[in-house]
Design a protein around this ligand. Sequence first.
Ligand SMILES: *[C@@H]1O[C@H](CO)[C@@H](O)[C@H](O)[C@H]1NC(C)=O
Ligand SMILES: *[C@@H]1O[C@H](CO)[C@@H](O)[C@H](O)[C@H]1NC(C)=O
Length: 642
Amino acid sequence: MLPVSFVSLGLLAFTTVARAVTVSVSATASHPIPTTLWGQMYESGDGGLYGELLQNRAFQQVTPGTSGALNAWQAVNGATISVIKETVPVSPALPNALHVVIPSGRTGQVGFANTGYFGIKVTAGSTYTASFFYRFPTASSFRGNAVISLQTTGGQVLASTTAALSGAQTTWQQVTVTLNPTTTPSSTSNRFVIALDGAAASGQTVNFAMLSLFPPTFKNRPNGMRADIAQALVEMGPSFFRFPGGNNLEGGTVAQRWQWNATVGPLVNRPGRQGDWGYVNTDGLGILEYLQWCEDANMQPIMAVWAGFALGGTSVAEAALGPYIQQAIDQINFVIGDPTKSAPAALRASLGHPAPFALTYVEVGNEDFFAATSYVYRWKDFVNALKAQFPNLHFIATTNINNPVLTPKPTEYDVHVYQTPTWFAQNSFFYDSIARDGTKYFEGEYAAISTNSSDIFGSPATGRLTFPTMQSSTGEAAFMTGLERNSDIVFAAAYAPLLNHVSASQWTPNLVSFDAGAVYRSTSFYVQKLFSLNRGDQYIPSTLPSSTGTLFWSVVRATATQEIIIKVSNTVGTSAPLTFVLPFNTVASSGTVQVIQGSATTSNTPTNPNAAVPVTNSVSTGKTFTYNAPGFSVSVIRLVAH
Ligand SMILES: *[C@@H]1O[C@H](CO)[C@@H](O)[C@H](O)[C@H]1NC(C)=O
Ligand SMILES: *[C@@H]1O[C@H](CO)[C@@H](O)[C@H](O)[C@H]1NC(C)=O
C-alpha cells in the first residue's frame, strides 16, 4: 500500500503540511444506524415556531390593572386602554379582557395596537387572518365600523379592512377578517391596529378578548407554524421532535406544570401558563399542534410526561402521585388511545384525528438528576403504571446513568451535556466505554456553549457563546462522530436549545436564531444538517481517531446508493490530511465533498448570516485517497464503493 503518491510526498517535503493520518476502513459493517438518530429538542414556541403574530394576545396569566398586563399593547390616538378582570369572561379559561374607552372629543381613528413579538413581518401578497372577540359592557346605540389594519410604526397603512360593531352586543361576539397587504415595508417595526372613528364612537367603551393575527402557516395549517422557521427545521431532516420540554415541562410549581389537557380544543379554552423561561406560554401550540407538526414534518414524537417534580424544588410525595400518573396515562391515551375505549382518545377524534399518532418513546420527567432521590419512587410508580397500560412504549429515564439505580431498570436514558468544544472532542469516546447491557441512550441535549472550561454557563465576557462558532460546531461534530460509532446503543441525539428570538434571548447559543423578519441558520445547524442528511444505514468501523487528538471521523454506508459516507471534523485551525484506505472491489475515482469551514470564531449572525455555509465540490477518490481537511471544518465525503 502506498499511502501517498510520490508527488504529494515531494510536496510534503517542502511544506509544513502534517503527515497524513491513515484511516483503514473495514470491509464489513458493525451495526445498523438507527433511523431515529438525528432529531430536534424543543420547548415553548410563542413568538417563534408557533405562527401567532400578536404577543399577549389573550391577557393570559397577567395581573389586571398593571402595566405589565398591557405588554405589547399600546393605545392609539388617545384611547384609554387597560386590562381588566372581566365580570363576564369570554371563557372560564380567559378571565381577562382589554377594556377600551374612546374619550369624547377625539377625531380620526382611535383604538389600540399590538407590536407583535418585537415586530410584525408584513409581506405583500400574503393573506393574514385576524380575529377577536368583543362586547359592549353596557348596551349603547352605537353602530359603526371597526377598522382593522396593519401599519408601519410611522402610521403608513399596509392593509386595512372593516368589521361592523354593534353597541347592542353585550355578549361576546367573535369577528374574523382577512388582511391583504399590497406593499412590503422595508422593516418589521409594524403594528396591528383596531380602531373606531373617534367622533362616531365618542364616549363608547368596548371590551376585547382573545385577539389573533396569523400569516400563512407551514402547510397552511390553521393555528399552525411560522413557515420560514418550520422550513429551516424541516430542512435539517430531523427524525424526531422532543416536546414539550425540557424545563418548560416542569413548571416552577406543581400547579404551573405543563398539562396536556390545558392545551387542547378552541383557543379560548386554553388558560396558558407561566412558563419556565420567564414568560407566559399561550399554549396555542398545544399537544395536538405538536403532534400534527410531527406528522407534517415527518418526525416521530419523543414526548415527555410530567413526573412529579417542579423546578422550584417540589417533589410530590409518593402517596400523592396517583392523579399525576393518571394525567400522564390520559396524555398518552390522547396520543395513541382507542376513541371507543378512552375519553382522551375520543377527544382527539372529536378534534379531527381519530387515528392514533405514531408514538414509541415517552420521556418520564426532565433532568431528574436534579431530584434523583425522589426519582427513585417517581420513576418506579410512573413507569410501572404506564408500562401496565402501554406495554409497547419505551420509557426514557432522565437521571444520570445507573445513578441512582432505578427499578424497573431503564431501557433508555436521556443524557444532557453543555460543555466546551474541547470537552466534546475529548469525550467523543464517551459511549465507547458504556456497557452493552441492552440499555439505549438518547443524547437529548448537547451543545458546546463556552470556550472557558472554568465557566461553562458564564457570560460572553468569560467565553459563553452568543452564537455557535466553527470552533464550537467542530467540537460538536467530533462528538457526533462518536455518537455515530456508538449508534448501536445511542438511538437518538439532539442539539439544544433549538430556537432563539434574537430580540429576547434567554439562553445562548442556539441551533437556529430568528427575529420577526428572518431566520438565521447557525454553523451548528449546518453540522446537524450534514450529519442528518448523510446518515447512512450501516456503520463501518475504521481506524479509531486519537481521543486526545484534534481530528475525528466516522464512516457509514448508504446501502441503497452503494455509497460510503465519510464525515471528518477538524477541531483546530491547521488543515490536516487523512489517507483513507477502502477495501471494496469497486471504488469510484471521484465523489463529492460537502464542507463547512471558517476560523475559530466564525459565526452566522443576523448581520452576517452566511459567514460559513456548506459548499459542495467534487473530490478525487479511489481505493486509497488523501483528503485534506481544512482548519475548523466539517466535511462529508460521499463516494460509490461496494
Ligand atoms: C386538566 O386535568 C387535570 C386533572 O388531570 C385537572 O385538574 C385540570 O383542572 C385540567 N385542566 C384544564 C385546563 O382542563
Ligand atoms: C474563565 O472563567 C473564569 C471563571 O469565571 C474567569 O475567572 C476567567 O477569567 C475566564 N477566562 C477567560 C479567558 O475569560
